[in-house]
Design a protein around this ligand. Sequence first.
Ligand code: GRF
Length: 202
Amino acid sequence: MSSRRLVVLASGAGSNLAALVEACRDPAYGAEVVAVGADRLGTGALEIAARSQIPTFVASVADHPDRATWDVALTGAVAAFTPDLVVSAGFLKLVGSGFLARFGDRYLNTHNALLPSFAGIHGPRDALAYGVRISGATLFFVDAGVDTGPIVAQVGVPVQPDDTVETLTERIKIAERQQLVDVVGRLVREGWTITGRKVTIP
Ligand code: GRF
């Protein structure tokens, strides 16, 4: 089977991207990262891509007259790489309806909390403030809401009594990266169906 094409959208340090790139070095994994996109210049993720000779693109909201025009540009930039699966790993921007119309059934996002609790960009901070004893990471297909799409996988991570936002964030990221690599591999090798909120990997 030929390897499946991944476009990764990442605007942060890029540790999830790095884990995917590493996994893709094994031909048996079944995927290759064909491009990395960001919403800003100068990110760790773009550096990781450049070091691995992976093409990059930047679609910055500020470079476009409005959000809708940005969404068209982002959609075109991703589509140019004909991805089988688009992975948001710390992209931190909500895409628009045009992007979702094109990639909605194959646009994954990883979130650093156990959804539906603690959606948004401060998952670990909010989980810690609430006092939960277990947090974790959620991998889901993106829909039009904020972290509301059909869930593919979740992994639990214990919250320790002396945790800070930083220590909890780092503990979650370790489990999150492993989950991302494991589940993206299964998706590309085995395929998937989405029926309502239920995601099935045959
Ligand atoms: C991940 O923990 C993700 O859940 C959150 O941002 C983080 C990205 O980390 N939205 P990295 O850039 O992959 O290191």
